[in-house]
Design a protein around this ligand. Structure first.
Ligand code: AMP
Length: 184
């Protein structure tokens, strides 16, 4: 069965492969652990194929992956599309000249960086991470891509937590998620 172009059996298979850990890393957070998806070869392939099929005809020039779990799916997608992979990393990890972007967390702030020569003006980019919660992290990645003159075609995730409203915090960009955990 197809729902929004997604095969519902595949999406169920992917969702069932994700482990939920209550009260990690802090009290009252349920951590959605995608390592169990990655170690399951069938679920991992379904998820990677889903991204590939979605972007294969979108004239993507670069895939941006967000530190760290976005690197896994982003790198596979870049390889399968035959385009370059760009890491957006936590501050202080990239060795060359960088642009950086601060964003708010529930408590305090965080900062991510991109190499200043990673994307050329007008390049079409898809941004990949494992999960969107409040949207703060991907918003910072969007700003970095735009500062370099890149065009954000879409931001894509394995998991969305709709109750945290991330989708609504991203202005003017399309958000795609394979599975959603809503009050579960
Ligand atoms: P946010 O910036 O609020 O959208 O948070 C997204 C980032 O935090 C992603 O890189 C996720 O890997 C991580 N994250 C946030 N909440 C969770 C959660 N409940 N389970 C697993 N990862 C999470």
């Amino acid at each position: 069965m197809e729902l929004n172009g997604l095969n519902s059996n595949h999406m169920k298979r992917i969702k069932d492969s994700i482990r939920s850990i209550p009260n990690f890393p802090i009290e009252n957070i349920t951590f959605r652990d995608i390592t169990t998806l990655m170690q399951d070869p069938e679920a991992f392939k379904l998820a990677c194929d889903e991204f590939h099929n979605r972007y294969k005809d979108k004239k993507i020039d670069k895939v941006v992956g967000i530190d760290a779990r976005g690197f896994v799916f982003g790198a596979v997608l870049a390889y399968s599309l035959g385009v370059g992979f760009i890491p957006v990393r936590k501050k202080g990890k990239l060795p060359f000249k960088t642009l950086s972007e601060k964003y708010s967390l529930e408590y305090g702030t965080a900062e991510v960086e991109i190499h200043e020569d990673a994307i050329s003006k007008g390049e079409r980019v898809v941004i990949i991470d494992d999960l969107i919660a409040t949207g703060g992290t991907v918003n910072a990645a969007i700003n970095l891509v735009k500062k370099l003159g890149g065009i954000v075609v879409e931001c894509a995730f394995i998991v969305e937590l709709p109750e945290l409203g991330g989708r609504n915090n991203i202005q003017g960009h399309d958000i795609f998620s394979m599975v959603q955990f809503d009050g579960e």
